[in-house]
Write a protein that binds this ligand. Structure first.
Ligand code: ADP
Ligand code: MG
Length: 546
């Protein structure tokens, strides 16, 4: 009986949505393009910012691709894959996130017409793979070795275009100093750079401290403000009498036992301080609360103490001062103490912070960011974080390329030459890939209000000259002319470009290989990015939405 009738066999649950073949491909491509369109207006130094308001009304103003994509709630599965590209790019390089996503969108856009003319997706993905490998080769070939001057250019490039006002040059020096301070066996340990923000002043009041800055003050006015040759106890438990676990009641009947009880408590607390003092500690950094009496005894013993530190602060202190975090006061010994030449409470704007400097491990620094408002400081922090990562990558790899569309135009030209040597149908895909490269200079110039077609023509003309420096010609956004970007200080790490191209290719290929989308739940009606059925060329409207 089974399967013998003419009735169709139903395998999928009711309500399951399915789109197949070209329909599925075009839907996915449209969704991916919508993500790219959503952020392309932020690309480049003249890109615009976006204001993001989350469900509880918090506001972020940024033009950082990955920050935007992390904040907006993307629903479509293919769109989610593209968002992942931005995250990978951010993890690997800390920069180039917008470029990677815009490139992925463009690769898919270029493949649409190939699919339309019945080039099989496998042929396209093969061609893209070949092109991506060739692109990596070419990029390496046109890359430049770094030196101090070039690293400075990398920092400036990373900082311009973020909303750090005209302070890119000033901040770049801090970024480089910080990155150099934490370099260890060729690796730049960005985790060892701690960033603190204190509202007030202007961006230019931002500075670096060799050591750890903690946004806490000493807890008792009679404690010393400044301790030289500090021996620091790092404590993760409260310096208080433990509350009983169960609700116990203690009944005291006569005044004498009341006094005895209080004296008992007092002596327990005093014993804590004695234990600490005996180890030789003169500074206590406590993650939890500190009893008033303990504060009093510590002040009497000239011990400086901060309480309620963030766990990350305590960990940073442990790393920098060589101390270990202790969870039981009774076990605290002199071996656990961290060492620093100076612990000092100092004013930062209207408030005080605690500075731990001259640490036994000098490869730990802090940056104190100042700025008029929280939002300004947040964007400065994001920009500095990016710049530190990018400078770190440039120092680690020792290789950079010019920016401002220079490498993309070189790639467009070289890949189109390469396409003709490959031949066959893959050639079409490589040509599409080569064309897609142009989206970067195209968008940068569009965002600067310069005619994109003119720009591409000028750039291509400059690169075709084949001089020694022709590969460094990118778009001068002030004049709209092609110019040597090494001279204009627009330089990016090689890894940022290579990674952007390889992850954009990967996600484009992954999306192209899908020819069947089976969605088990009917998605509620939602924005154009979220609805899998709203595909088609009309869908690129996301940019206008934001
Ligand atoms: P991403 O998230 O991809 O890093 P950005 O908004 O930082 O996006 O833009 C990066 C692009 O802008 C790169 O292609 C870079 O070469 C280019 N760029 C950076 N600074 C300049 C500049 N001063 N002039 C022209 N292009 C620049
Ligand atoms: Mg960038």
């Amino acid at each position: 009986m089974y399967g013998s009738g003419n009735q169709p066999i139903i395998v999928l649950k009711e309500g399951t949505e399915r789109s197949k073949d070209k329909e599925a491909q075009f839907n996915n491509i449209a969704a991916a393009k919508a993500v790219a369109d959503a952020i392309r207006s932020t690309l480049g130094p003249k890109g615009m910012d976006k204001m993001l308001v989350d469900t509880i009304g918090d506001v972020i103003v940024t033009n950082d691709g990955v920050t935007i994509l992390k904040e907006i709630d993307v629903q479509h599965p293919a769109a989610k894959m593209v968002v992942e590209v931005a995250k990978t790019q951010d993890d690997e390089c800390g920069d180039g996130t917008t470029s990677a996503v815009v490139l992925a969108g463009e690769l898919l856009k270029q493949s649409e017409s190939l699919i339309d003319s019945n080039v099989h997706p496998t042929v396209i993905t093969n061609g893209f793979k070949l092109a991506s490998a060739k692109a990596a080769e070419v990029l390496k070939e046109i890359s430049i070795k770094t030196d101090d001057k070039i690293v400075k250019k990398v920092a400036i490039t990373a900082l311009t275009g973020k909303s750090v006002g005209g302070e890119g040059d000033y901040l770049s020096d801090i970024v480089i100093k910080a990155a150099k301070a934490v370099i260890d066996e060729g690796k730049v340990n960005v985790d060892n750079i701690k960033i603190e923000k204190k509202v007030g002043g202007v961006i230019k009041d931002t500075y670096m401290v060799e050591g750890i800055v903690i946004d806490k003050q000493r807890i008792h006015p009679r404690m010393p403000k400044k301790v030289e040759n500090a021996k620091i106890a790092l404590i993760a438990v409260p310096l208080e009498i433990k509350k009983t676990e169960v609700d116990a009641q203690i009944s005291i009947h006569d005044p004498a036992s009341m006094a005895a009880f209080l004296a008992e408590e007092e002596s327990t607390l005093k014993a804590m301080v004695d234990t600490i003092k005996k180890t030789g500690a003169n500074v206590v950094m406590c993650q939890k609360g500190v009893d008033d009496l303990v504060q009093h005894y510590m002040a009497k013993q000239d011990i400086m103490c901060c309480r309620r530190l963030k766990q990350t602060d305590l960990e940073a202190l442990a790393k920098a001062t060589g101390g270990s975090i202790v969870g039981n006061i009774a076990e605290l010994s002199s071996k656990d103490l961290g060492k620093a030449k100076l612990v000092e409470e100092k004013a930062v704007g209207a408030e005080d912070m605690t500075f731990v400097t001259g640490c036994s491990n000098p490869k730990a620094v802090s940056i104190v960011i100042r700025g008029g408002t929280e939002h300004v400081m947040d964007e400065v922090e994001r920009a500095m974080n990016d710049a530190i990562r990018v400078v770190g990558v440039a120092m680690e790899d020792g290789k950079v390329v010019a920016g401002a569309g220079a490498p993309e135009i070189e790639l467009a030209l070289r890949l189109s030459e390469y396409a003709s040597t490959v031949g066959g149908r893959e050639q079409l895909a490589i040509e599409a890939f080569s064309k897609a490269m142009e989206i970067i200079p195209w968008t940068i110039s569009e965002n600067a209000g310069i005619d994109s077609i003119d720009s591409i023509i000028k750039l291509k003309a400059a690169h075709e000259k084949k001089g020694k420096d022709s590969a460094y010609y990118g778009l001068n956004l002030e004049t709209g002319e092609a110019a040597d970007m090494l001279k204009l200080n627009v330089v990016e790490p090689l890894r940022v470009k290579t990674q952007a191209i390889s992850s954009a290719t990967e996600v484009a290929n992954m999306i192209l290989r899908i020819d069947d989308v089976i969605a088990s739940r009917r998605a509620p009606p939602m924005n154009p990015m979220g609805d899998p059925n709203m595909g088609g060329p009309g869908m690129g409207g996301m940019g206008g939405m934001m």
